[in-house]
Write a protein that binds this ligand. Structure first.
Ligand SMILES: [Zn+2]
Length: 83
């Protein structure tokens, strides 16, 4: 799985709405890709903060902002092995 694919599925992954196979693939990606691991944790924490404040929907602007930051970070980093 490539980082771009991981990022596409990340929201559903955190929602827990992915099927088991895809979920396993994303988990596997996290074991070797440090960038996505950080992104996953950050996004998870952000979502938790929103949930604690009883805001269940992430604003699109924040979602886009997070996504841009992630893509920039991935592009600027050294190439990582892709499975
Ligand atoms: Zn990755």
């Amino acid at each position: 799985m490539k980082c771009s694919q991981f990022l596409t599925e990340l929201n559903d992954f955190l929602d827990g709405s992915l099927d088991q196979k895809l979920k396993a693939e994303l988990s596997e990606h996290l074991t070797w890709c440090h960038n996505c691991y950080i992104v996953c944790n950050t996004t998870k924490k952000t979502i938790e903060i929103y949930r604690e404040n009883k805001i269940y929907e992430l604003p699109d602007t924040l979602r886009a902002k997070l996504h841009d930051a992630i893509v920039t970070k991935c592009k600027s980093s050294k190439p990582t092995p892709e499975s």
